[in-house]
Ligand binder design. Structure first.
Ligand code: ZN
Ligand code: ZN
Length: 257
């Protein structure tokens, strides 16, 4: 299938049950995280005539179960290396693929003109990272499992064509929801997850910096809904020209930019 779009993304799964994105930027094809089962990933890729055999790389943000649980199964089928940070290695010990450790805050030219940059985000795993990916004049960013947005992260992602950003919970829904107090505190902490309000404030600033395509990710099933997340961000932006998409818990949409 001929495709002239520069960026293609299939949000295969996003949320606390599992995370996995398929991304094409220019000629490069990769997965971010492996928290969704092999068969579901394969079905989502096949729907758009994509395949595991064509992957150039897999990137893993951190070792929480919802990001690595399918790594052993997926790694049996990938022809490429898995790139991650040092602290994830133990979580990937049963995944039989070649692994390479990326250094934080360094832009690495992996192949051709494909560049990746890993940076830390505050979260309750030893080291959790976000990524930016660039090819030619195109850039996308991925930031989820981020307790608090800060200037450093903002500066990493601010010049992206597409930004995948966490919009985890509605604070009121979380506080009045079924989660025990201790878990609520963890999620709300600066090493937990980004709320809809914090996401909205960040998206507004990113819009002012010139960004116009946002995928809201890691939306909680218990403490949020895609509609609430979208509404919160949309209300603050007050700009219908901005592309906003709520990543589903399980999805097979192909988004093209
Ligand atoms: Zn997560
Ligand atoms: Zn996490």
């Amino acid at each position: 299938m001929e495709n002239l779009n520069k960026i293609n993304i299939i949000p295969i799964g996003s949320g606390s049950t599992g995370n996995c994105f398929y991304v094409e930027i220019g000629d490069y094809k990769f997965l971010i995280d492996m928290g969704i089962g092999y068969n579901r990933c394969k079905a989502a890729l096949n729907k758009y005539e994509r395949s595991f055999e064509d992957l150039d790389a897999v990137f893993v943000t951190h070792g929480h179960y919802d990001h690595v649980k399918a790594a052993p199964a997926i790694c049996n089928h990938i022809p490429c290396k898995v790139y991650t940070n040092k602290s994830v290695m133990y979580s990937l010990r049963n995944a039989k693929a070649e692994k390479e450790i990326l250094e934080a805050d360094e832009t690495v030219e992996l192949f051709g003109d494909f560049k990746v940059r890993m940076f830390s985000v505050p979260h309750d795993f030893a080291y959790t990272c976000g990524f930016t990916f660039e090819s030619a004049d195109t850039k996308i960013s991925y930031v989820t499992d981020c307790g608090k947005m800060n200037k450093r992260i903002f500066n990493e992602i601010k010049d992206s064509d597409v930004i995948i950003i966490e919009s985890n919970h509605d604070v009121e829904m979380l506080k009045s929801g079924p989660y025990p107090l201790q878990l609520q505190k963890r999620i709300l902490s600066a090493h937990g997850h980004l709320s809809n309000d914090d996401c909205a404030a960040t998206v507004l600033k990113l819009k002012e910096a010139g960004c116009s395509n946002f995928l809201l990710a890691h939306i909680s099933k218990q403490n949020n809904t895609p509609e609430v997340a979208l509404h919160t961000v949309r209300s603050l932006l007050n700009d219908d020209t901005i592309f906003l998409y709520a990543c589903p818990e399980a999805g097979d949409d192909l988004l093209q930019f």
